[in-house]
Write a protein that binds this ligand. Structure first.
Ligand code: HDD
Length: 690
């Protein structure tokens, strides 16, 4: 009789998958237990694989179809679960259930994204960021699908496919990836003066955020809130980050995309894992319609904002993201946001961009998720009861009982379940929506004609440093543009925004200033608005990261003092050393490192500290990565803490001490107090910007 094979008799790999600690049995998709997950079924020991092997075929079949089409825009993104809490109820404005009671909460799922790049591109291109929030209310899902910039490139959805074609990789060559710095984008926008306001925002530091947690969010369009009496009010939605708004510099963004293409998603993941939950306040601007009629812009025009100085933002709630998805594909990738997802008490306006979106998002989910039943995927399903007579379709997972799949019916008279009925208190389209005039016409209202006043207001509201960044960004992008007439046309549009802006860009390109483009309507002067600037507001230091460079001979007590100072600000530290195993401190102890210096350049930190003995600094001065660590931190205008001994490394890096250099240990607190600040005066010296 043949002996039963022992483990060592079996071909390699067999047995590795056998159940050992009471794990569930591995099965096929149809529940059949699998005995061997290593070897396909063959005809003889060295023979061909058999078609009969249903275990292999099912596994490969499923794998072959794992990917779904990426989003046509906003393909690269990351999301998190959390909750929204109403902090200031507004029943006088809306009957929406989530805004009725102070302290009431609803679950949310929020996805942040870049717009132009593919799913596998990087987190830090110059781009607009998507900011989409799904509120799972007890009267259905409300999706507020916004961006981190309060205005949009175009006024009418008719132009959206052109805009997206122009910014995506060029059709013939398939590049550049995740970049607006190329011919077709600038060709298009230079022919579309209405895009100039958003160009200002996209070329400002808002286009290169430091963290998803440090971005504002905007609903962009004017929406309507409707109260229980049916009275409607125009509003704009704002998200204000608890950590303040902050950006990287352009050179940092470029370098971060090399050293950590996942920089933003990792930051979101890490902060949630650490219990340091990202948080935003939700605010509304309540717009008086008589006042709106008197403004030099139309509140239905998505290329315009309503200055916060004119209509202050009233905070009505807060959002906390406290749980990262368990599975990226099932939740983040399959999340489907729809501007049409509104609940009773929230309604649309006639903004023609919004109106086009109301069609597009439902439509796109069918090609992306493959079925009209995408609302049944758990991340998209409402968390309140849902009943209707829609039936069947691909991937149907509901099993409705009975015969009632139509209405009206009288099946109840036969004792059968008649199914649901519409209720008087359901969603009603607002009756006093703005009057769009008689008849249906393909027109653009005259009130949409001013494309430059707010672009100018934006530019004039920036600090000098921010203006220089805008100039540098446009010069960079137009230098990538190869068609000279496009560069010239952009210059002619910029002249309508600001003459010095146009002149500085022309100088940066080495071109003469062309005549100004004729505006459809002459711009008017609007008061500068501080809310449009990042740098006019001091940001907190919480949530920032201090990188501490150490080497053998480092004084451990300085590291301890820095850690304490950073933690007192709510910030974190990472120890960066020549080897990840750590360094020998002056007192003989070993200090483990979080990162090896060439894997953690200073672009990953908000400020750096060089805690080195003289010998340690001399040793690090011979390492290119350590020299770059210091010279980049200097060039990026960051605060630099240093011990006396660090001098040889600072010298080698060509960094010249200034008011953002802090002697350690005495300056530990002062350094930690500058984590979110930059010494912009340095920019002139290092010439990384213009
Ligand atoms: Fe859009 C996705 C934001 C105009 C058509 N959009 C998408 C996402 C965000 C925005 C954040 C990603 C949602 C997610 O995370 O899944 N879009 C905006 C904003 C706009 C805007 C703030 C202007 C104010 N979009 C816009 C227009 C159209 C679209 C005018 C078409 C007429 N957008 C889409 C889309 C996407 C999308 C093709 C791609 C994937 C998706 O919808 O689900 O339908």
């Amino acid at each position: 009789m043949a002996k039963t094979p022992t483990k060592t008799d079996l071909p390699q790999g067999t047995g590795g998958e056998t159940q050992q600690r009471g794990e569930p049995a591995l099965t096929t998709n149809h529940g059949v237990p699998i005995s061997d997950n290593q070897n396909s079924l063959k005809s003889g020991e060295r023979g061909p694989t058999l078609l009969e092997d249903f275990v292999l075929r099912e596994k490969i079949f499923h794998f072959d179809h794992e990917r779904i089409p990426e989003r046509i825009v906003h393909a690269r993104g990351t999301g998190a679960h959390g909750y929204f809490e109403c902090t200031d109820p507004i029943p006088e404005l809306t009957s929406a259930s989530l805004f009725q009671e102070k302290g009431a909460t609803v679950p949310v799922f929020t996805r942040f994204s870049t717009v132009a790049g593919s799913k596998g591109s990087k987190d830090t291109p110059r781009d607009v960021r998507g900011f989409a929030v799904k509120f799972y209310t007890d009267e259905g899902n409300w999706d507020l699908v916004g961006n981190n910039i309060p205005v949009f490139f175009i006024q009418d959805a008719m132009k959206f496919p052109d805009l997206v074609h122009a910014v995506k990789p060029e059709a013939d060559r398939g590049f550049p990836q995740a970049a607006s710095a190329h011919d077709t984008f600038w060709d298009f926008v230079s022919l579309m003066p209405e895009s100039m306001h958003m160009i200002m925002w996209a070329m400002s530091d808002r286009g290169i955020p430091r963290s998803l947690r440090m971005m504002e969010g905007f609903g962009v369009h004017t929406f309507r809130l409707v109260n229980a009496d049916g009275k409607s009010t125009m509003v704009k939605f704002h998200w204000k980050p608890k950590l303040g708004v902050q950006s990287t510099t352009w050179d940092e963004a470029v370098k971060i995309s090399g050293v950590d293409p996942d920089y933003h998603r990792r930051d979101l993941f890490d902060s949630i894992q650490a219990g340091d939950y990202p948080e935003w306040e939700l605010g509304i601007q309540v717009i008086d319609e008589d006042w709106a009629d008197k403004q030099p812009y139309d509140v239905l025009d998505a290329t315009k904002l309503v200055p916060e100085e004119d209509v202050p933002v009233r905070i009505i709630g807060r959002m906390v993201l406290d749980r990262y998805p368990d599975n990226f594909f099932a939740e983040t990738e399959q999340a489907a946001f729809l501007p049409t997802n509104v609940v009773p008490g929230i309604d649309f306006t006639n903004d023609p961009l919004l109106q086009g979106r109301l069609f597009s998002y439902l439509d796109t989910q069918k090609s992306r998720l493959g079925t009209t039943n995408f609302h049944q995927i758990p991340i998209n399903a409402p968390k309140c009861p849902m009943h209707n007579f829609q039936r069947d379709g691909l991937m149907q997972t509901h099993v409705p009982k009975g015969r009632a799949n139509y209405e009206p019916n009288s099946l109840d008279e036969a004792g059968e379940d008649p199914g649901p009925r519409a209720s008087g208190s359901g969603f009603k389209t607002v009756q006093d929506a703005e009057n769009s005039g008689s008849g249906k016409r393909r027109v653009r209202a005259e009130t949409f004609a001013d494309h430059f006043s707010q672009a100018r207001q934006f530019y004039h509201s920036q600090t000098e440093v921010e203006q220089t960044h805008i100039v540098a960004a446009i010069v960079f992008e137009l230098s990538k543009v190869q068609l000279n007439h496009v560069r010239v046309r952009v210059l002619s549009q910029l002249r309508n925004i600001d003459e010095t802006l146009a002149q500085r860009v022309a100088d940066g390109l080495g071109l003469d200033l062309p005549d100004a483009a004729a505006p459809a309507k002459d711009p008017v002067e609007m008061k500068p608005s501080d809310a449009l600037s990042i740098l006019k507001h001091e940001a907190p230091n919480a949530g920032r990261m201090l990188g501490i460079l150490v080497a053998d001979g480092t004084d451990g007590s300085v590291v301890t003092a820095l850690r304490k100072a950073a933690e007192a600000q709510g910030a974190m530290v990472k120890i960066v050393g020549p080897k990840v195993g750590g360094v020998k401190l002056a007192d003989g102890d070993t200090l483990p490192a979080d990162e090896k210096v060439d894997g953690a350049p200073s672009v990953l930190f908000d400020a750096v500290a060089l805690v080195l003995s003289e010998d340690g600094a001399k040793q690090m001065a011979g390492e290119k990565a350590a020299v770059d660590f210091v010279s980049d931190a200097f060039a990026h205008c960051k605060a630099i803490g240093h011990t006396d001994g660090a001098a040889p490394l600072i010298k080698q890096a060509g960094a010249k001490p200034d008011s953002f250099f802090f002697e350690l240990p005495s300056g530990a607190d002062a350094l930690a107090g500058k984590l979110s600040a930059r010494n912009w005066e340095r920019e002139d010296k290092v010439k990384l910007a213009l």
